[in-house]
Design a protein around this ligand. Sequence first.
Ligand SMILES: [Zn+2]
Length: 264
Amino acid sequence: MLKKVILLFIVGLIIYGCATVPVTGRRQLSLVSNSEILPLSFDQYAQVLKENKISDNKEWTAMVKNAGKRIQVAAERFMRESGVANQLDGYAWDFNLIESETVNAWCMPGGKVAFYTGIMPICKTEEGVAVVMGHEVAHAIANHGRERMSQGLVTNLGLSTVGAAMGSNPTLTQQIFMQSVGVGSQLGMLKFSRTHESEADKIGLIFMAMAGYNPREAPEFWKRMEAKAGGQRPPEFLSTHPSPDTRIQDLNAQMPEALKYYRK
Ligand SMILES: [Zn+2]
């Protein structure tokens, strides 16, 4: 009897604790709410800005801020038109370029974006920046960080809320958060799964097209990334499935859909 009750409770929690990813409609585990994860995100972002040098390259900075603003507007419009604008409640968008040779970029929950100068020569143009921006913002909009944090809490601390996890083990909770959102921590960084990467590519392609950037630039960017990165495996890019070839094929397959959003 007790076993049955516990099982029912767990099943109920999993059904209750589910959300739907915009665009793809995939159901995902969501035991963490935005109101719980956004304060962690904003704190962490402020910390990153404090500990790193912001680039003084005016041209690159303008590219990141312009592409960021346009992708933000596109994402907001998309969510509005899909009737789920409330999923962006509490967002406080920010786009910064950090001085570092690391080939990386990320968007934390709540729209906190960082690009590293190391990725800029591969982006080359604002359109190239928009490829990466669309992809990273898509990870945030699809709540991949929240989903991974939910999984991380279940795995490491048992079924738990952020509040309870913070109460029992704040350090571990903080580290699970950092791994989950793709920033990295002393524990290293979790790779985004193939599902998450494909989803971010697909959603990102639509966002960049809606923002007025030619989505045909996306496969071109990934070709440059593959050529440039070579043996060096950057944290967010190429470190994960799908392989660049599969990724380019998938992007090309999604191109007709994305081009419907591309108005020029
Ligand atoms: Zn990604």
